[in-house]
Write a protein that binds this ligand. Sequence first.
Ligand code: KOT
Length: 829
Amino acid sequence: QRPDPDAAAPLPHDASASRRSYDVDALAEEIVEKLTYSIGKSPARARKYDWLRAVTLTVRDRIIDHWLEAEDARAASGGKQVAYLSMEFLIGRLLRDAINNLNLTTQVAEALKRYNVDLDMIELLEPDAALGNGGLGRLAACFMESMASVGVPGFGYGIRYVHGFFRQEIADGAQVELPENWLLHGNPWEFERRERSYEIGFGGKVTSVVGEPGKPPRQLWRPAERVLAVAYDTPIVGWRGAHVNTLRLWSAQALDPILLDAFNSGDHIGALVESNKAEAITRVLYPADSHQAGQELRLRQEFFFSSASLQDIIRRHLETNESLSNLHDKVSIQLNDTHPAVSVAELMRLLVDVHGMEWDEAWEITRQTFSYTNHTLLPEALEHWPIHLFERLLPRQMQIIYAINAAVIRQAMESKGFDGGRIAAISLIDENNGRRVRMGQLAFVGSHAVNGVSALHTDLMKETVFHALHELYPDRIQNKTNGVTPRRWLMEANPGLTSLLKETIGEGFLDDISKIRDVERFATDAGFRDRFAAVKRENKARLADVISERLAISVDPDALFDIQVKRIHEYKRQFLNIIEAVALYDQIRSQPATNWTPRVKVFAGKAAPSYLQAKEIIHLANDVARVINSDPAVRDLLKVVFIPNYNVSLAEIIMPAADISEQISTAGLEASGTGNMKFALNGALTIGTLDGANVEMRDHIGEENIFIFGLTASEVAQRRREGHSGRSVIEGLPLLRDALHAISSGVFSPDEPNRYNGLVGNLYNNDWWMIAADFQSYWDTQRRADALWADPAEWNRKAILNTARMSWFSSDRSIREYAADIWRTGTDA
Ligand code: KOT
């Protein structure tokens, strides 16, 4: 049965009375206490998972002290809060993050050592929380950590998927998807909050109820189905434990878990139908990245978590405020892409239908409350839902969308004289493809601020998808370039470099990452360069060990590590990288006397299960790897490795181990990229196109310290307008032509010689992604990299400058900009 919300007023918490100690003795004692009384094991009998749990619970208690204080402080201040609504939070492991941010690493390691337990080993046992696909979800996780670190009071709202992102295996070269089960052994980080549960409706009818005289009739939605959203809270602790925010994830449950009538009449399976149907909503993460997952269940997920979050926001607001008329002064809701965009209609429904507010006031509050981040311009990723599906599932929200649309169009005609094509462009309804609701337009008109995630991407938003809306609301679009948290991506992933930096420039950069720039003057210091290179070599050896363990391939840590890890997508052009490997393989064999740079090309990444071309690219990478790695003629000058199951934890090992970071998307298509930032911060040199945040990275790092190649975004657009196809380019480039011929004639797939005909044929006939068009420039730039590699002092100098000049790409900076320009909330500094 649904529990009643707490009736009693909360009493202030006296954290000082219960604060846990940070010293080694106390920690050691408490770990054993947890082992004994929470897990029921003696130290002698405890297995390593028991130790992990005991340590987690011990660390967790220290976070809780801060968490409760933060809650009280927040309630007392009545200040503005941020709600970050995201369908994805790609968190990874939490223990190391928590220990690091509490500055407990040495103490906890010391405490465990007393029982002969190794902290590093224990940390690896924690499953990744993989509640996201890639960049968008990882950005949400970095932002949560940065909000807690810079002191923005914030809630993350999302979905507690039972099965996160699938596990990838490679069988005979091809991707196989296996279910992921992160909750199998329980999740010590989360707290179920049954008192925080809400009913979410679907389907049914809307009826008009005659209102008071002079007032319009009220609309009453009577859903045909209802499910319960139950909150699970995870504390997110910021740097030095100064702030703790909450990640609140919703789980779906049936209102009536067992249909008693059915059960009593002997239909024991039928009795569970409801709960199976309800729980399906939060069972699994859709594995589509930068592609719309058009199924009904996905729309249910979107509405489910949007409505639950809004009901929660309203309830919390009304606990300390008399009415909802000041909602926008107390909360800012950030929509992470359009996945929660139905929130615009749902907040209007809650304000108008449920809380009796006038439409115009509700619209003003709604717009002041929401802001929206766009993460892609790819047409296939822009969400639009068939009207008939939307209407059936969310009839009242559909009416509200029509009403918003009518008002926006009226305003566009009256204030700016819009007609015809421009009305069609701003309309929330796409009339061309079988009538659909455009979620991007809905999010845009329902927000006071709309942002892109890099300078180039924001410019392109104004010029392309949102051109007409930008004309109508010229002040609404702004840029907020992405960032990554230096705690996870430098301190935790690269302890060797962190220690070296501490010794060299002091500890100030830990609190203020901009101070990392102080290391710039050591770039010309030969002694420092050697130490920097030694750290890199250690990190490469660590990755070589992983490659050896998982793939039984031996790679030389002294070779140049050239790494491309990210989702597999045509626009990211892993294919271009593989073709270059094949061309290099050809050249090494035909010119054995040349002084080739020994290279290890590393790939990792998952393809959406239904994305056939992406799966072919994975297959090709594996086929090419097998042939090259077993060819003695290559003499270990080239190795190709595809590491299966790329995830956050693997990224933490890979990022510090790269010499070259591949950021080679077709210009204009990668909104920002964030892997590019992690690599460069850890001293890799980027080879990249002028795309996404690469452009700004070049500006910060200096163009002489980054390898830029290829067509620009406007050149790509121009070529596409001219109807570019690859054939003439390929025919003029023997190196490319021969590599493609090798691929399409079965050199790498003798068991199925035609396997890659389609992939290669696309380059001849179309070359939509400009792979042929950019090949020569890419090849030449790789050879420039080879030449630089021959001069280690110069290479390392540039690598150091990359680390020194990347601080602007910290997510702390991004969050401060959001706080100042969009949310108008305070920060600590
Ligand atoms: C997925 C589905 C629909 C719409 C957008 C996406 C999406 C975009 N998923 N990930 N992205 C990436 O977001 C990152 C964070 O902003 C960017 O760095 C990256 O370029 C996007 O591709």
